[in-house]
Write a protein that binds this ligand. Structure first.
Ligand SMILES: Cc1cc2nc3c(=O)[nH]c(=O)nc-3n(C[C@H](O)[C@H](O)[C@H](O)COP(=O)(O)OP(=O)(O)OC[C@H]3O[C@@H](n4cnc5c(N)ncnc54)[C@H](O)[C@@H]3O)c2cc1C
Length: 291
């Protein structure tokens, strides 16, 4: 197996174009497991670690641009207060060792329906910046990035460069059900982001369909119910969180597997949606969430 080590982003794109069989590797917390368990044996690995800019973040055009290679530990410490939903999700990933190596770019590249970054990226309306030597840059909305189980909109010659999202404009929460508290793949997960300026709520569902997805009907329902200006300054109307939860449960397309049944996942999603909406609303009323 060849080991390709580009020293710059341009060199990485050129190598990617010339060696479509080369598997990109960043933290390696997915790739090395697959190689060790002989799930795949690529002709070459394209090591992105020497491309230092991938491990950086910046504010640009009022948005946060998080490099695909920024490890979770640094994401939590350095930008966690600006993207609390994503930071909450990042804190649940694996163990400290995994969080020191693993990255959002790797989570996107792996595109497991259970990946913890996907729900908060969907809820926040993130965009994925991808690039190829021949095609240049494409900005892909998170909800268009996931095409199927471990399948993405990334073309053979493209690499993920960064994720863009606006700093939180309102409270955000992430919730995950697992068979234990740490080092666990989500049985299902849910993220919510309030966007008070737009009178809108963003959602993301994980591990309950072939791809991560938004609960569009639940979002529309809440936006409709909370359309009036005063509603956003008052307590949640009775029954609203329950109905929201039901609609989130209905949006999922889960399966029965070793981690849980479809029925359990729908139920758990409804509970998580109700709870996270209630927490987010309490944050808003208490002024502890951004607005
Ligand atoms: C013990 C253990 C526990 C884990 N726990 C969790 C968990 O709780 N939650 C969770 O979501 N995940 C978990 N994971 C999975 C993994 O840690 C995450 O998916 C992590 O985000 C992968 O990041 P990475 O940088 O290590 O990716 P890598 O392993 O380097 O790459 C992952 C995939 O993305 C591709 N890729 C990487 N960078 C790019 C790029 N710039 N452009 C294009 N493609 C790219 C690779 O080719 C590969 O297909 C766990 C893994 C282990 C081993």
């Amino acid at each position: 197996m060849e080991f390709l080590r580009p020293l710059s982003w341009e060199e990485a794109l050129a190598l990617r174009a010339g060696r479509p069989d080369a598997v990109p590797i960043q933290g390696g917390t997915d790739v090395m497991v697959e190689i060790n368990f002989e799930v795949r044996r690529p002709g070459a690995l394209l090591d992105l670690n020497p491309v230092r800019e991938l491990a950086e973040w910046e504010m640009a055009e009022g948005r946060l641009r998080i490099g695909a290679g920024l490890p979770y530990t640094r994401l939590i410490e350095e930008v966690g207060d600006r993207v609390p939903g994503l930071a909450q999700a990042a804190r649940t990933v694996g163990s400290p060792q995994i969080r020191n190596r693993g990255t959002v770019g790797g989570n996107l590249g792996a595109a497991s329906p259970a990946g913890d970054c996907h729900p908060p990226l969907l809820a926040a309306g993130a965009q994925v910046e991808v690039e190829s030597a021949a095609g240049g840059v494409r900005m892909i909305p998170a909800e268009e990035f996931y095409l199927g189980v471990k399948r993405t909109a990334l073309r053979d010659d493209e690499l993920i460069r960064a994720v863009w999202l606006r700093p939180a404009e309102g409270p955000q929460h992430f919730s995950k059900v697992g068979t234990r508290n740490a080092m666990v793949i989500a049985v299902c997960s849910f993220a919510i982001a309030l966007h008070p300026a737009e009178r809108r709520v963003g959602t993301g569902i994980g591990s309950a369909a072939p791809t991560p997805l938004r609960a569009a009907e639940a979002e529309e329902f809440l936006a409709g119910e909370l359309a009036g200006e005063p509603a956003w300054g008052r307590s949640l109307p009775d029954g609203l969180a329950e109905r929201f939860g039901e609609l989130v449960g209905r949006a999922a397309a889960p399966i029965d597997d070793v981690r849980g049944t479809a029925a359990y996942r729908r139920h758990a999603l409804a509970v998580m949606a109700r709870r996270t909406l209630t927490w987010a609303w309490q944050d808003r009323l208490a002024g502890t969430g951004r607005s």
